[in-house]
Design a protein around this ligand. Structure first.
Ligand code: UDP
Ligand code: MG
Length: 319
């Protein structure tokens, strides 16, 4: 009997958690040929999320709960879940029911046909503003262009991963994680299924534009050094233009003598070059910051409490 874990990172999800559990459990009922387990990761919620999780665990012996010591972010919470997974496959799902559990049987059937990473791509983005849709569209185009990574636009973290993909992901311990890129980086046999992503069932999104910008920057700096290359190229180009301009000025001075005009052009050149220099220093800083963060080699998350499911299939334990 094949075993499958459902990993659900939860951060302040009291409003939807029970509903999410019930709908997913109903889907599991329809697949008696598999043994399922739940791995809920409580990512330092400040509401009743943990209490609800404990209640769920009391009545369902297939549920494991990992309680992190504080809020580490979804990326870290997912890694925590992966580290505690011990089944043949893992399904990663949001708690807010934006990732319809009803898609799981379809994912499993592709997995059985030999695919290792079955991910759901959203065909629509209901409940999102035009601006968010447009920025994400542009961002993925850019990321794909400048990194050699085949990033799947509109594919989130909702996916089924074979155990070997999870083992691969577990070996990537970087602390500023951009999981979406890591999924592409590991490779393996991928299959895309398309679904209509509904709006959040209840509660509020944890994302705001600031966090999204940061994630976007992480995506770029963790997968490509193209901005550094770009800075070098533009620097060379500017140096060349400056050299030509210098020749022109020297020529003019020799021909017509030195009249002290030219303050406006001088100040605009100084400001322009200054601006570019600061911008490129910022880019350098981004990469330096990454080195700084990774060189500390801190654990990606800390577990406060881990309660394993009471009912663990014996043959699922590979260790
Ligand atoms: N989440 C988390 N830690 C965080 C933020 C979010 O574990 O710091 C979880 C959250 O509980 C949800 C999932 O990540 O299950 C997706 O979050 P959200 O719905 O806010 O993101 P969106 O769907 O808007 O991208
Ligand atoms: Mg959501």
């Amino acid at each position: 009997m094949k075993t499958i874990s459902i990993l659900i990172p939860c951060y302040n999800e009291e409003a939807v958690l029970l509903q999410c559990y019930e709908r997913t459990a109903a889907v599991m009922e329809s697949l008696p040929q598999f043994h399922f387990e739940f791995i809920f990761v409580n990512d330092g919620s400040s509401d009743r999320t943990l209490t609800i999780l404990q209640a769920i665990q009391c009545k369902d012996s297939r549920v494991s709960v990992i309680d992190l010591s504080r809020n580490f972010g979804k990326e870290a919470a997912m890694l925590a879940g992966m580290d505690h997974m011990n089944t043949d496959a893992l399904v990663i799902m949001d708690a807010d029911l934006q990732d319809s559990p009803e898609l799981i049987p379809q994912m499993i059937s592709w997995w059985q046909q030999g695919y290792d990473d079955v991910y759901a791509k959203r065909s629509s983005r209901s409940g999102e503003t035009m601006l968010k849709r447009w920025t994400s569209h542009v961002y993925y185009r850019v990321l794909q262009k400048i990194s050699s990574l085949p990033v799947q636009p509109d594919a989130g973290d909702f996916r089924l991963l074979d155990r070997k993909c999870v083992e691969a992901l577990k070996r990537l311990r970087e602390s500023q994680r951009y999981t979406k890129g890591l999924f592409s980086w590991i490779g393996f046999k991928k299959k895309e299924i398309v679904f209509d992503r509904p709006a959040r069932a209840a509660g509020k999104t944890k994302w705001n534009y600031w966090k999204l910008c940061n994630l976007a920057l992480d995506g770029i700096t963790s997968f490509t050094t193209a901005p550094l290359r770009g800075a070098s190229v533009i620097g060379c180009l500017l140096a060349f233009i400056a050299a030509v301009y210098m020749m022109i000025i020297i020529g003019k001075t020799i021909l017509y003598g030195n009249n002290v005009a030219g303050y406006p052009s001088l100040i605009s050149v100084v400001l322009f070059i200054g601006g570019i220099q600061l911008f490129f220093m910022g880019i350098l800083g981004e990469y330096l910051g990454r080195i700084f963060n990774e060189s500390k080699e801190r654990p990606v998350y800390l577990v406060k409490d881990y309660k394993q499911a009471r009912e663990v299939k014996k043959d699922a334990v590979h260790q």
